[in-house]
Structures are given as C-alpha cells and as structure tokens.
Write a protein that binds this ligand. Structure first.
Ligand code: AMP
Length: 220
C-alpha cells in the first residue's frame, strides 16, 4: 500500500527521527527539504550559496526554491513519501496538493508532532548528528556510547548544525508560528490531521504515528 504523509511540527519536534524510522520500518521515502538545502549548500551550487545565509539566520527560503526541489523528487516513491519539513507555508501546501494531483498521488495523513517551546530549546541546543548515516544524538538525552564515534556506523564525522543555536532557533520558532502553524488548521479542515505527543518516548511517538497511518489512531 502506498501512503504519502506530511510530518508537521516546529524545529526539534522529532520529525527527522521519526521519518528515518518510517524509512526503515516501511520502506517509505523521506523527502526533507532541509536536507536537500544542506546538500545544495555543501555542494556549492548557485542555489546553495543563495540560501546559506537565510538558513543560518533561521528564516525560511523562498517557496519557489523548495517547491522546485520537491517537484524534482516526486517520482519513484516506493511505499510512499514522507514530507519532512515541507510544506512550511500555505503557498507550499497548495503547491504540494497541485503536484500530487498532477502525478496521480494523494495525501493520506498529516501528523502534527506537538512539543512545547522549552523542550524544543533543550532538544535543539544539545543536538548533533552523524554526517555519514544521519543518526541523531543529544548531549544529555542520547549521547554516543563512545565519545566522538557514531553508535550505528562507527563514523567519527559527528556534526552540529550551524542553525542549532539559541539565536537562530528563536527566529525558526517565530517563522514556524507565523508561517507554518496555519497549516494545522488548513489540514484539519481537509480532514487529514492527526496530532501526536512529540514529548512522549521515541517508541511511543512511533506507535502513535503507526496507529495514525494504519487508520486505528484518533483523528484531530
Ligand atoms: P530543517 O532541517 O527542516 O529544520 O530546515 C532547515 C532550514 O532550511 C530552515 O530553517 C529553512 O531555512 C530551510 N527550509 C527547510 N525546509 C524549508 C521549507 N519547506 N520552506 C522554506 N525553508 C525551508
């Protein structure tokens, strides 16, 4: 069965972590505009150079750029797509609806991961990831077993994001509340929204998402 879903929530809500689990457990394809933009930056493309500063400040890049990135990826979705960090504006949400219907696909669920702001600051400021396999760690809550070495793949390429600091985070939160949070009402009205407790244990969050995808969980 093919299902296409959006993971919606503020920075640090755990979208990336849950998306990676869905990729492993269900063979879905993760489409993270944040990852695509970071890849564009590190490969030094024109677009990457243009967006680098905007990202580091914590602001949103233009709808045109991210819609273009998603459009390029909407083929060969296997068990379905997980839109992670996209859409982030109403314009992007409309564009996604259009793109999906043009390609004969549907949007099956929007999972809103709810987390309070204080928890976000704690999560984001301690966060680091493996540059090789993408595993996400945290200084306090999920350190590596051996300092400086990824538990999963053994790489020593552990990285902190340039925008994972308190200043950029404030801007990212503002952007979320001003531009992205209206999507909660938008998808509620379309009868697509399910809310999960993003502060629960990771396995519990995964279970809540699985229940939503298998149609057994409560709708918002
Ligand atoms: P993320 O990894 O999802 O937290 O995204 C990191 C940064 O990339 C954001 O703070 C934005 O600057 C940019 N970005 C990612 N996705 C989008 C999007 N859908 N629309 C606009 N900007 C985005």
């Amino acid at each position: 069965m093919t299902i296409n879903i959006i993971l919606l929530g503020p920075p640090g809500a755990g979208k990336g972590t849950q998306a990676r689990r869905l990729v492993e457990d269900r063979g879905m394809v993760q489409l993270s505009t944040g990852d695509m933009l970071r890849a564009a930056r590190s490969s030094g493309t024109e677009m990457g150079k243009r967006v680098a500063e905007v990202m580091d400040r914590g602001q949103l890049v233009t709808d045109e750029i991210v819609i273009g990135l998603i459009r390029e990826q909407l083929a060969g979705g296997g068990a379905g797509f997980i839109f992670d960090g996209f859409p982030r504006t109403l314009g992007q949400a409309d564009a996604l609806g259009q793109l999906l219907s043009e390609t004969g696909m549907s949007l099956d669920a929007v999972i809103e991961m709810q987390v309070d702001d204080e928890a976000l600051v704690r999560r984001i400021t301690g966060r680091f990831t493996c540059g090789n396999c993408g595993e996400v760690y945290h200084d306090q809550t999920k350190p590596t077993a051996v300092a400086g070495v990824c538990d999963v793949c053994g790489s020593t390429d552990l990285k902190r994001r340039a925008d994972d600091n308190e200043d950029s985070l404030k801007t990212r939160l503002l952007e979320y509340y001003k531009k992205t949070s209206p999507l909660i009402g938008y998808y509620y009205a379309k009868d697509k929204l399910t809310q999960v407790d993003g502060l629960a244990e990771m396995d519990e969050v995964s279970a809540q998402i699985a229940a939503a995808l298998d149609g057994t969980g409560p709708k918002a």
